[in-house]
Ligand binder design. Sequence first.
Ligand SMILES: [Zn+2]
Length: 126
Amino acid sequence: MSRKRTGRDFRELHIWIDEPKEELGIDHHSKRHFWSRSTEKEIVEYWNKKEDGIGKIAVEEWLFHIALDNLFILFKKVEYNNPMKEKTNFLSFGFPGGDFVYYEDGKHENEIMKRIFEIIKEGKKQ
Ligand SMILES: [Zn+2]
C-alpha cells in the first residue's frame, strides 16, 4: 500500500512503528502510535538523512499507519459490542480502487453492510 501511494514501501518505517510489539504485545500502541511533535521530528530527521525531502512523506506514512491501526481497533470493538445486532454508527474503511481511507458514519441494515464489504473486497483485489 505504501509503495502504491508513495513509490516506496517504507518497510523500515512500518517495522520501526510496530517494534515495541515484541516487548509490549497489544499495548505496543501506547508507543509510536499517536501523533506527537517529538515523534514527528524524529521521523523527519531520520528519513531526511536518507534522502533530502523524504521526511515529510515518511510522516504521512506514519500517520496513515496509526490511523488504520486505530480504525481497526474501533472496528473490532464495534463488532465485539454488537455481535448479533444491526450495526449502528458503523465505521467502514477500505481502498475501493483507490489509495485513500474513507469512512461512513451512519446506520445500515445488515444486507447493506454485507454489500459494502463485498465492494471493499472487490476494490482491494484491483
Ligand atoms: Zn501498528
